[in-house]
Design a protein around this ligand. Structure first.
Ligand SMILES: [Zn+2]
Ligand SMILES: [Zn+2]
Length: 340
């Protein structure tokens, strides 16, 4: 790869992960939804989850912490290659009701009942994250039972990703980028820009994880908390925009060789303050839930001894991961995406 190609790739990766409008760009592209929390945030969630595990599991995860961290973003990369991937990252729960109705009473929690009521196509069209979290916990449980190192690592890393996504309010609404309320760009603003500015200072010590009796129930609880926060996420941005000097909402930052239009630091920090640190709280909750799901899967598998589970991931798995990377660099996301 020559220097120019390298810069283009770096730029595209940056643009996708941060998602702001560039003033000039080497190649037209879109902000792809699905890089929730930015790559930085997803990796941080998986990494910190390791420190919330009890000693029996901590040793194993600590040994593999680089893998678990690095592969926290695989599901987003795979969206470029795999049909069926996109809908695992969100659920537009408000699609199913009129204003004022409670979607959590309308949408059945069990997959089968939900399919009967709304059809599989409809569920997939509006996102399946709570059900997919449950599926992932079961996959991880099976991987623990069979002591399959490849799968334990892969599913652990990916489970953390979907947990992070489910904790983001704008992953639970049809108005996921403020496109229905004149607030386009708020998706990347909330989940990438704010953490980019502030997440270094967040407090990530969250204490010990816990066993989760009913993972599906827990997944729904997470989605419900996210959904309850949607109103504040949107209305505070609107209020702040109204009182903020127009020419100070955005600023321009130099990213490598490209100037980018971004939400200004001052505007971002004031928004975070109005939300009372919501991003930090949701990130902390993501970390705790991720560790708790890992731990639950291991307990449900009969607490297998992992001390002898050493070695490398197989060549097959490495190849599959490289393929994802390639699609990610060259491809276009399948499913939901949006333009700023
Ligand atoms: Zn995602
Ligand atoms: Zn997102």
């Amino acid at each position: 790869m020559n220097h120019l190609e390298q810069s283009i790739v770096l730029f595209i990766i940056y643009f996708i992960s941060v998602g702001f409008s560039p003033i000039s760009e080497p190649k037209p592209t879109k902000h792809i939804c699905g890089t929730t929390w930015g790559f930085y945030g997803h990796k941080r969630i998986n990494r910190m989850a390791t420190f919330s595990l009890p000693p029996e599991l901590f040793t194993f995860y600590k040994k593999n912490i680089e893998f678990i961290t690095e592969h926290a973003v695989d599901p987003d990369k795979r969206r470029y290659a795999a049909k069926g991937e996109a809908e695992r990252h969100y659920i537009d729960i408000d699609h199913y009701v009129k204003p004022g109705e409670d979607p959590f009473l309308v949408v059945p929690k069990q997959w089968k009942a939900a399919v009967e009521k709304f059809s599989e196509d409809t569920l997939k069209a509006y996102g399946i994250v709570p059900w997919h979290l449950d599926v992932m916990v079961r996959r991880l449980t099976k991987a623990f039972k069979t002591k399959n190192l490849n799968r334990i690592l892969q599913y652990s890393a990916e489970l953390g990703h979907y947990v992070g996504d489910a904790h983001v309010p704008l992953h639970t609404t049809e108005n996921y980028n403020g496109q229905m309320t004149g607030q386009k760009g708020i998706h990347g603003f909330w989940e990438s820009r704010i953490p980019e500015i502030a997440a270094e200072d967040y407090d990530y010590l969250i204490g010990r994880c816990e066993y989760i009796e009913d993972p599906l129930e827990k997944a729904w609880e997470v989605v419900k908390q996210s959904s309850n926060a949607v109103d504040s996420v949107l209305s505070f941005e609107r209020k702040l925009t109204e009182r903020w000097p127009k020419d100070q909402k955005y600023s321009y930052e130099n990213r490598g060789q490209v100037m980018m239009k971004v939400y200004s630091k001052e505007f971002s920090l004031e928004y975070q303050r109005m939300l009372n640190g919501m991003q930090e709280k949701r990130m902390r909750a993501s970390i705790l839930t991720t560790a708790s799901f890992w731990y639950t899967a291991w307990v449900n598998a009969g607490q297998p001894d992992l001390s002898n589970l050493n070695g490398e991931i197989t060549e097959d798995m490495k190849k599959q991961m490289e393929k994802n990377d390639q699609f990610f660099r060259n491809g276009k996301a399948v499913g939901r995406d949006f333009e700023n």
